[in-house]
Design a protein around this ligand. Structure first.
Ligand SMILES: *Cc1c(COP(=O)(O)O)cnc(C)c1O
Length: 462
């Protein structure tokens, strides 16, 4: 049966709605045009509902609908969320969170003018690269340093500047795909160099490099396999041996470390991760790594090495295309200062998470559980593992305590709960393992504990 025509006639006009004080407040917040659009949609919906048999909503109801839809529409598309996955450097979730000092540095530099490319002493044009050069030299022992927009750009720049039109020798065990379409052979092709593969997937010796050498060879490239582990009957060549051979032949050695950890990972119960300091000390001419993996800073590519090599990169035409922006530079400088000041574990979020004590995490997981229990929700705490992620330290885990919600105790499916958690204004990303929803306090900032408990409780009760 068609809707009641008299109800349809009760529907207010656009003009009537716009005259209300609520509509005027919406116009002030979101503009007249967006308010009209939201009201029009709301009116159309009400009309359809009346035709389907509903009674006419009040003006207040219509205005509230329009306000909710405007507020939802105007939420930032890129927005913060809570990472309860236990994957510390989560590429999909924005990799490394920045320290509050780094954020402050961004704000200071970005909200006004700065000496980005200006020499204050001389009062003349300067270079944006100088701001972190001294720090990078001090922290890695390099002669010179340069920064780019990310490490993929650093690799492309390094290979283009040093080996375009010439041969680059690399072990078959290092022709890896890092993820997101970054495949070492493709990047090499793109930089105009010719790939010469040596050795086998699991074993490559110095004699393999020696035999590959021709008068067209420009450099030996070493790539950290990152997210990929070759174990068992394996052999690879040290940077020391590669550099010794390369330098005898007048070639260069470039080492793409990927994560580029400046600290001794073993101190944190993790596997040894080669550092830029070690690679340079062993003779590498150019070492590159990311700013937002184990360094714990902003997305950036960092190149450290011999002064003449860095100078060739700085002059290359690609440099301009891959340059770092001022906000990144501000955050990177502050992140590096944390290293210089010995504030890594206290100030850099990913290292605070890596260094978190299992007992501390267990206490938080239990608190979450108790607070949920107080709201009538059954949860458990179980032992589990956090991972480093970001293509760093594959297979390496840290013992943790997880909040676990079993499907059997929940009013709706695990998929539905996790979808509700994702749809919140501050989404919460959890993990589902078989019949359990798991949340790891290690990757959740303590100031978000209440938000997590509230999110779970609301998602389970509506
Ligand atoms: C991650 C990674 C890259 C790419 O670095 P981005 O900073 O993500 O551009 C390149 N090489 C290796 C070995 C990596 O692990």
């Amino acid at each position: 049966m068609p809707g009641d025509l008299s109800q349809l006639r009760l529907l207010p006009s656009m003009t009537q709605l716009l005259q209300s004080s609520s509509a005027q407040q919406l116009s002030a917040r979101f503009s007249h045009a967006l308010t009209v659009r939201a009201l029009r949609t709301t009116l159309e919906q009400a009309r359809e509902e009346i035709q389907a048999g509903a009674i006419c909503p009040s003006i207040d109801e219509l205005l509230t609908d329009a306000q909710l839809s405007l507020e939802r529409e105007q939420l930032s598309h890129l927005r913060p969320l809570i990472n309860a996955t236990g994957v510390i450097i989560n590429t999909n979730l924005g990799r490394a969170p920045l320290s509050s000092d780094a954020l402050h540095a961004i704000q200071q530099v970005a909200s006004g003018y700065s000496n980005l490319e200006y020499e204050l002493e001389a009062g003349e044009r300067g270079s944006r690269h100088v701001h972190v050069q001294a720090l990078l030299r001090e922290l890695t022992g390099a002669e010179a340093a340069l920064v780019t927009n990310n490490n993929a750009a650093a690799v492309l720049l390094g290979l283009s500047a040093l080996a375009s039109g010439r041969e680059v020798v690399i072990s078959r065990g290092q022709l890896v795909e890092i993820g997101g379409g970054f495949r070492v052979p493709d990047v090499m092709r793109q930089s105009g160099c010719q790939l010469v593969e040596v050795g086998t997937t699991n074993r490559t010796r110095i004699s393999d490099y020696e035999q590959a050498f021709t008068e067209r060879t420009a450099l030996f490239l070493s790539v950290h396999p990152s997210n990929f582990l070759i174990s068992g009957f394996t052999e690879s060549t040290s940077i020391y041996a590669l550099s010794e051979l390369a330098h005898k032949r007048g070639l260069l050695v470039m080492d793409d470390l990927g994560s580029g950890c400046l600290l001794d990972c073993e101190k944190y119960g993790l596997m040894h991760e080669p550092t830029p300091q070690e690679s340079l000390a062993q003779g590498a001419d150019l070492v590159c790594f990311s700013g937002d993996k184990l360094l714990g800073g902003p997305q950036a590519g960092i190149l450290v090495g011999k002064a003449d090599v860095i100078a060739r990169l700085a002059k290359h035409p690609l440099m301009r295309a891959v340059r770092i922006d001022k906000m990144t530079l501000a955050a990177l400088e502050m992140t590096l200062r944390h290293y210089q000041r010995g504030q890594v574990e206290t100030h850099i979020p990913i290292w605070r998470m890596i260094a978190a004590q299992p007992e501390q995490i267990a206490v938080r997981a239990s608190q979450w559980m108790e607070r949920l229990r107080a709201e009538g929700i059954t949860a458990r705490v179980q032992q589990g593992e956090s991972t480093i992620g970001g293509g760093s330290l594959p297979g390496e885990t840290l013992p943790t305590s997880l909040l676990a919600l079993d499907a059997a105790n929940l009013p709706v499916s695990l998929n539905e709960i996790s979808a509700r958690l994702r749809r919140r204004a501050t989404p919460i990303i959890a993990r589902i393992l078989r019949d359990t929803l798991l949340l790891d306090p290690r990757t959740v900032f303590e100031e978000h504990d209440t938000t997590v408990v509230q999110g779970l409780s609301e998602s389970l009760s509506h």
